[in-house]
Design a protein around this ligand. Structure first.
Ligand code: 6PG
Length: 249
């Protein structure tokens, strides 16, 4: 489902509501809520909303478990750290037990950090299918999502849950949850805003399948829900004749 919002604020409000609903539903069903957070600037608005009333008061924070879908290999206090962004926008302001916050160890060697996080995730899911209750994703103008970059080896990964990613045009290595793992989530939510994303969003949603150029196309939950929360400017080129596919809000 593609939901088209007037602007970033209404989109972020809807994403925060979705978080609250998913959290309550998962906690009622299984006693805990596991969420894989995104980096990037778009989700930070959602995190900031969740950190304040009224949303803050609607989430059973002591039952929330926070993980990350990717990280840059930088120390935790580096401005490029996804963990740092989430802490500043959300985690420092809500009562989640510290042992339920699981950052990717960005200071380690990339391959070691990936193996270490995979071990952590295997323990976290404890022999059950690795199904996050919710995963946040963004979409970059170059078609990448999370740290699944065009033309990188991680796109072919089918065995590992977590892998290191060498991104030629960036100055840092990254660690990424792989597409097969992300696709096991119950709900995957893309947050996409701004005119600069219009072409790539159209290509990802309406174009032919070409996931080595547009890795976001790899995200297809096997037994879960895929939600695209986008704003009007980002959606300006998306084909939305089919009412069962798009909803304009
Ligand atoms: C990151 C991610 C990236 C991001 C997109 C969208 O920055 O951590 O690698 O996937 O989600 O680039 O970012 P914006 O939401 O800032 O446009």
């Amino acid at each position: 489902m593609i939901e088209i919002f007037p602007d970033l604020h209404t989109l972020s409000d809807a994403a925060a509501r979705l978080f609250v609903n998913q959290a309550r539903r998962a906690i009622e069903a299984r006693g805990r809520f596991s969420v894989a957070l995104a980096g990037g600037s778009t989700p930070s608005h959602t995190y900031e909303l969740l950190a304040r009333p009224p949303f803050r008061d609607r989430v059973p924070w002591p039952k929330v478990h926070v993980l990350w879908r990717d990280e840059r290999c930088v120390p935790a206090d580096d401005p490029r750290s996804n963990y740092r962004m989430a802490r500043q926008a959300l985690l420092d302001h809500v009562p989640i037990p510290v042992e339920q916050i699981h950052p990717i160890p960005g200071s380690q060697k990339p391959s070691e950090a990936a193996d270490c996080y995979e071990t952590l995730l295997r323990g976290f899911f404890g022999g059950r299918p690795p199904r996050f209750d919710m995963v946040f994703l963004g979409l970059d103008e170059n078609g990448h999502t999370a740290s699944l970059f065009p033309g990188t080896a991680v796109l072919e990964e089918r065995q590992r849950w977590v892998a290191e990613v060498d991104v030629a045009e960036q100055d840092v290595f990254r660690v990424a949850l792989t597409a097969p793992l992300l696709n096991q989530a119950a709900v995957v939510v893309f947050l996409v805003t701004g005119a600069a994303k219009a072409t790539v969003l159209h290509e990802v949603l309406d174009g032919p399948h070409d996931s080595s150029r547009l890795p976001a196309q790899l995200i297809r939950p096997t037994d879960g829900e895929l939600r695209w929360l986008v704003d009007r400017t980002a959606a300006s080129m998306v084909v939305h004749e089919a009412p069962e596919r798009t909803r304009v809000l």
